[in-house]
Design a protein around this ligand. Structure first.
Ligand SMILES: Nc1ncnc2c1ncn2[C@@H]1O[C@H](COP(=O)(O)OP(=O)(O)O)[C@@H](O)[C@H]1O
Ligand SMILES: [Mg+2]
Length: 270
């Protein structure tokens, strides 16, 4: 098991985030080990998205620290995140409906954006080559998530389950070494989830990216993750291997107590 043995890709220390009057992240100290797939779970409103948003510099930390690959990265800017090769997906897939799948994926390609698309507007031959290369990377990312045949379809014509995978391709396109995925399977059917699980499992080759996945379906967490962090009311309730953590009475109580409509699988059941 590679859970807590390696060095962390992402680590927080006594992190606190306030959103308006809400203490959304309370004293959170967590570590996500490099190369592993970790789960981030907890009832709605537990602070999962806010934790990922603070790690990626989208909301400021009230106090505490974020470390990325060992370096202090509290309050990092989005372009710095790209330079560290850390990718993100968001809870609601933010795709542009009128654009094709491949164009949407190109938007996630920081290399392509910097050296390709902008300069391509000037129609320089070098820029055109760069744009072609960015387009090829986007096509390759779509292929990795099994969507090669949808590359040129406008995203608004594609079913929701396919759109979620376009969003996943967008997180993959710049070849990140770590990807923070906020509910990549939300709203998917069981069959569609299986496809995403397969894609994510396929990334776990040697040297593959570190994955941090927010997900409500405990069957998926058990299948994919070697480590899981449970948040409740902004604080870490439990952390460790899924087989121990998800069966602990506190964790079971946190879910049942909230009657969380999102948790399709009751914690601890099989
Ligand atoms: N923009 C915001 N302003 C004020 N409170 C917010 C905002 N976004 C989220 N919250 C609150 O912060 C807490 C954590 O939310 P969130 O991180 O979205 O939880 P999760 O992703 O686990 O469902 C919740 O109580 C939520 O209502
Ligand atoms: Mg959320």
């Amino acid at each position: 098991m590679k859970n807590m043995s390696g060095s962390p890709a992402v680590r927080t220390e006594a992190l606190n985030v306030w959103l308006g009057g809400t203490h959304a992240v309370c004293d959170v100290t967590v570590a996500f080990v490099e190369g592993a797939t970790s789960g981030l779970v907890g009832p709605n409103g537990a602070g999962k998205s806010t934790l990922l948003n603070c790690i990626s510099g989208l909301v400021p930390a009230g106090s505490g620290e974020v470390y990325l690959y060992g370096d202090k990265a509290t309050g990092i800017r989005p372009h710095q995140l790209a330079r560290l090769r850390i990718g993100r997906s968001y809870q609601g897939a933010q795709l542009v409906g009128e654009l094709s799948a491949v164009d949407n994926v190109m938007v996630g390609d920081h290399v392509g954006l910097r050296t390709g698309l902008v300069a391509a507007a000037l129609s320089l031959p070098k820029a055109r080559r760069a744009e072609r290369a960015a387009r090829e990377r986007a096509a390759h990312a779509l292929d990795r998530v099994g969507l090669a045949r949808y590359a040129h379809r406008p995203v608004k014509e594609l079913p929701y389950g396919i759109q979620k995978r376009v969003d996943l391709a967008r997180a993959l396109v710049s070849d990140p070494r770590c990807i923070l995925l906020d509910e990549p399977m939300a709203g998917l059917s069981r069959a569609e989830k299986e496809e995403v699980v397969e894609v994510l499992a396929g990334l776990r080759v040697a040297g593959g990216p570190t994955l941090v996945v927010v997900e409500h379906d405990m069957r998926v967490i058990n299948q994919l993750c070697s480590y899981v962090v449970v948040l409740a009311a902004g604080a870490v309730l439990a952390a460790g291997p899924p087989e121990t953590v998800l069966n602990s009475p506190e964790v079971v109580a946190a879910y049942i107590g909230r009657g969380d409509s999102h948790s399709e699988e009751q914690v601890g059941s099989e």
